[in-house]
Design a protein around this ligand. Structure first.
Ligand code: TYD
Ligand code: MG
Length: 435
């Protein structure tokens, strides 16, 4: 049935496995079994999860400091972004330390995997590969080989014969994930599940997969940019919002240990509309360039095109500029971009967005060496931001000399050699300082 007779939705029916016997039988009361007794939270023994380093520090950091034994990790991303490449390189890192690891592909033949491994310079004898789509065959292979880690590439190609639906369907994907989760927990072997993401951003198949796994990582970056960002969106064993930056080269993915330098490398000097700010990505501050372009509009309804930033936020800031600093932006097109294809969502970039628009509007570049940070409220007040010190240190490290930040933070900030710090309380004060 393509259409649900109950809700009328199309393609919403999911195949379910009914266990043998009457599934609606009431659970037999556990006579004789010891009564369930809760424990005091302080009495529970905590086990420090053992973590395995993958040999790729950027990858380990996103995972929260290495691979946790028995964890099920989902790696999502658009086709062609580099998931298989990353997984093969991570397994190679593990294999180099003498561990036996297993790479199972349902998409490529062993020959194709070999070709890729040659290109990547992967040559560990303990990296085993198999081309298989039957989940049960994979589970028995895991049992006999006892690997230290397993990659399943991809979950959409896996097949359970108990279900009649095709691989990639909701039922199949869910069943596969369930079986692998049970296996990972029972055996203590970490399992990486590669999943393709559909165009609208959801992992093809059920969203429920994200609830079942321990960690969800997204590998993103658009095809036009050489670098890729690995982002943790769920992590039972570490912080989310942690990112790892990679660059796709001819010989595979290379880590970018200093993303600030990369993102700022092509920044124009002394150009109006270009503002540098520090954005927190997980535990790490990264300097990025925000660009604004304001030009006379030929349209009755001027354009507001925003890439890499929240367009609602930009609209709000433009309104603040008009009302609170008296900049007349009506009738002007405004284009905003974050250089390098980065995406910034935190409000700490507000003041920088505002400065970029103002700089382009006035056609005057910011003072040399200036970096701008701060959240802006609707009355034009500049509000404090988190982790100012970490950001300031990164800013100094990257050779900038003047920091414009919320006044509350400026007063608390310890002196950093070579960095002049100016605190502002209102956007008009920031404008005066900058232009
Ligand atoms: P791949 O890992 O196959 O992507 P996914 O598994 O996410 O679908 O990576 C595919 C792209 O990466 C492919 O278009 C070619 C490029 N690539 C390189 O540029 N260099 C390399 O060394 C490799 C292996 C791939
Ligand atoms: Mg692949």
């Amino acid at each position: 049935m393509g259409r649900c007779p109950e809700c009328g939705g199309w393609d919403t029916l999911v195949e379910e496995l009914i266990p043998e016997g009457d599934r609606f039988e009431a659970p037999s009361s556990p006579k004789g079994a010891p009564a369930l007794r809760p424990e005091s939270i302080t009495a529970i023994e905590t086990l420090e999860e053992p973590r395995m380093p993958s040999g790729i520090p950027e990858f380990d950091r996103v995972l929260g400091g290495g691979i946790v034994a028995g964890s099920l990790i989902l790696i999502g991303g658009d086709p062609g972004i580099g998931k298989s490449t990353l997984m093969l390189q991570a397994l190679d890192g593990l294999a180099r330390s003498g561990k036996k690891v297993l790479y199972i592909s349902g998409e490529e033949s062993k020959g194709q995997i070999h070709l890729r491994s040659r290109r990547l310079g992967v040559s560990s004898e303990t990296l085993l590969v198999a081309s298989e789509i039957h989940v049960d065959a994979i589970l028995s292979l895991m049992e006999s080989e006892k690997p230290a880690a397993v990659v399943i590439d991809s979950v959409q190609t896996m097949y359970n014969p108990e279900l009649s639906s095709a691989p990639g369907s909701v039922g199949q994907v869910r069943e596969t994930t369930m079986k692998l989760m049970v296996t990972a927990k029972k055996s203590g072997v970490p399992i990486f599940l590669v999943g393709h993401v559909t165009k609208d951003g959801a992992i093809a198949g059920p969203r429920v997969m994200e609830h079942m796994v321990d960690t969800v990582l997204y590998f993103e970056g658009d095809g036009n940019h050489i670098f890729r960002v690995l982002r943790a969106v769920k992590n039972r064993f570490g912080s989310t919002n942690e990112i790892g930056v990679f660059e796709m080269r001819g010989g595979g993915l290379a880590e970018v240990p200093n993303p600030s330098a990369l993102f700022l490398s092509e920044r124009p000097e002394n150009a109006a509309g270009s503002v540098v700010t520090a954005s927190m990505e997980g535990t790490r501050p990264i300097l990025v360039e925000i660009q604004g372009l304001v030009s006379r509009s030929g349209l009755g309804n001027p354009r507001r095109t925003v890439l890499g930033l929240d367009s609602n936020r930009v609209a709000l800031l433009v309104a603040v500029m008009e009302k609170k600093i008296g900049m007349n932006l009506s009738g002007l097109d405004i284009f905003m971009n974050v250089a390098g294809g980065v995406r910034i969502t935190e409000p700490a970039a507000d003041l920088a967005i505002l400065a970029a628009v103002a700089s382009s509007f006035l056609d005057r570049p910011l003072p040399e060496g200036a970096v701008v940070m701060g959240e802006v409220g609707l009355t034009g007040e500049v509000r404090g931001i988190s982790q100012l010190e970490g950001r300031a240190l990164e800013i100094q490290k990257m050779g900038f000399s003047h920091l414009i930040v919320p006044d509350s933070g400026a007063r608390r900030l310890k002196k950093i050699p070579g960095l002049k710090v100016s605190g502002v309380t209102h956007v008009s004060q920031a404008m005066e300082l900058l232009f």
